[in-house]
Design a protein around this ligand. Structure first.
Ligand code: FES
Length: 113
């Protein structure tokens, strides 16, 4: 099974982690399954940017970004050329390294504060 190396994130995963997930799983699902509680405000339907991750290694091995994801990504905090919405990024057979950005933009949540 491919491995996902998760770089340390102060709140979600302070020590970093290496997890395994089956090919065909989205990165978001894999993280959640291993108690790395990445935001996924829209429930994984490509309608927010809270599940944004930066794929530091293995970016090219993932499925291609479609137009909807590309449009949403434009609004993500801290966008990089290796950014993906993790709920749309499907693991293939290759290991990847991901970084969860320090901030995410969750308009729904901000509205409640
Ligand atoms: Fe909303 Fe991924 S969870 S786009």
């Amino acid at each position: 099974m491919p491995k996902i190396t998760v770089l340390p994130h102060t709140e979600l995963c302070p020590q970093g982690a290496v997890i395994e997930a089956e090919a065909g799983t989205t990165i978001c699902d894999a993280l959640l399954k291993h108690d790395i509680d990445i935001d996924n405000a829209c429930g994984g339907v490509c309608a927010c940017t809270t599940c944004h991750v930066v794929v530091r290694e293995g970016f090219k091995t993932l499925n291609e970004i479609d137009e909807d994801e590309d449009d949403m990504l434009d609004r993500a905090w801290g966008l990089t050329p290796q950014s993906r919405l993790s709920c749309q990024a499907i693991l293939q057979a290759t290991d990847v390294t991901v970084e969860i950005p320090k901030y995410s933009i969750n308009l729904a949540k901000e509205g409640h504060h």
